[in-house]
Design a protein around this ligand. Sequence first.
Ligand SMILES: NC(=O)C1=CN([C@@H]2O[C@H](COP(=O)(O)OP(=O)(O)OC[C@H]3O[C@@H](n4cnc5c(N)ncnc54)[C@H](O)[C@@H]3O)[C@@H](O)[C@H]2O)C=CC1
Length: 386
Amino acid sequence: MDTVRLRESWNTVAGFGGQVPLFFYSTLFLTNPPIREMFPAGMSAQRDKLLSALGRVVAHVDELDAAVPFLQQLGRDHRKFAVTADHYPAVGQALLATLKHFLSENWTAELAADWTAAYTLVADVMKAAAQEAAQHTPPWWNAEVVRHERRTVDVAVLTVRTDRPLHYAAGQSVAVETQLRPRMWRYYSPTNVARDDGLLELHVRMVDGGVVSTALVQGIQLGDVLRVGAPVGGSLTVDHERDILLIAGGTGLAPFKALLGQIANEQLRREVHLFVGARCMRDLYDMPAIEAFERAIPGLRVIPVLSEDKEANVPHGLVSEVALRYGPWPAQEVYVCGSPAMVAATRDTLRAAGMGDHRVHYEDFQGYGGPTSATGFLQGDKEYPV
Ligand SMILES: NC(=O)C1=CN([C@@H]2O[C@H](COP(=O)(O)OP(=O)(O)OC[C@H]3O[C@@H](n4cnc5c(N)ncnc54)[C@H](O)[C@@H]3O)[C@@H](O)[C@H]2O)C=CC1
């Protein structure tokens, strides 16, 4: 398989922009009408998600070893869409038809063979992981809403109870769907460690144009049943004993609250600093719970930071910049979570301050195709469905 040729051909096709997903989905749905039912009625949000994710993964197939855990999660997570092994050939055929169409005279028998081999590798990893998961877990968990608190105009804290235990690591995310918005899945990070009774707390901010987050904040009723997908993500999990610096922007606090739950149960003594960034006082929507952790964890220090309002005794500025001012952080593992813009800006700030990328952790959902890895993932209520 010539991976350079694969990548070059993908770059050429990607240059056709929005026409590519249009052609891909038309081909997929025309040749396999039942697959249309698996996607939401409105396709605009995810038009390019599946395809760009597939393209990225397949074109980097020479790094497949590194991508295997991600592809396995993807395979398991896709069970919630009712994707079965039978669907993979249809997607592969639509992908090949799309490449052929846009590469026209540059589409050769060799390229067709390379793309077929690459897609087969990716699909095999995903299918095997899905099949293995099917032995012991459902395609999704039903989760009844048992508590719904509006903490601010646009932030709700939901507590749901899954119908069977859901095992995940603190810092991972799960996809959530409400029947108010069928087939539109959004990722949220449970804010508690996994519990035997299946209780999960989720933090949801209503975002502009976010139809799912609006439904979860404003439309949901106690007793409603959400669907929850298999856990994904591994960048914000902690499996070491080093000191930690956590930098949260807004509801990006969610996975870190779960980490505090994990750390509170450790026998270990380590230093943990948590910077909680918000625009104004009322956006610090969960401080009593976070301060309770501060009392329970001897090495934990929590520093709220306001970027818009100025309040006495509360540091002012972007959370990343304030966190740097409190340094130096010579050996801490650094975890960053917030909006994509906040994560990108924080990474730049830390890099400019000389902090090596190797100890800065953030969830890369593009790479998934969602928060920056390979298939239409997301964080919070960003539009990253597959
Ligand atoms: N709800 C959840 O479970 C999870 C949510 N998220 C994501 O966290 C994000 C939270 O956003 P909001 O609550 O609206 O936060 P926000 O926009 O109110 O920002 C909070 C703080 O982050 C910093 N910040 C924001 N934008 C920045 C930028 N461009 N450069 C540098 N610093 C910046 C500032 O200090 C600001 O005060 C959402 O994108 C959500 O998708 C991520 C993981 C899990």
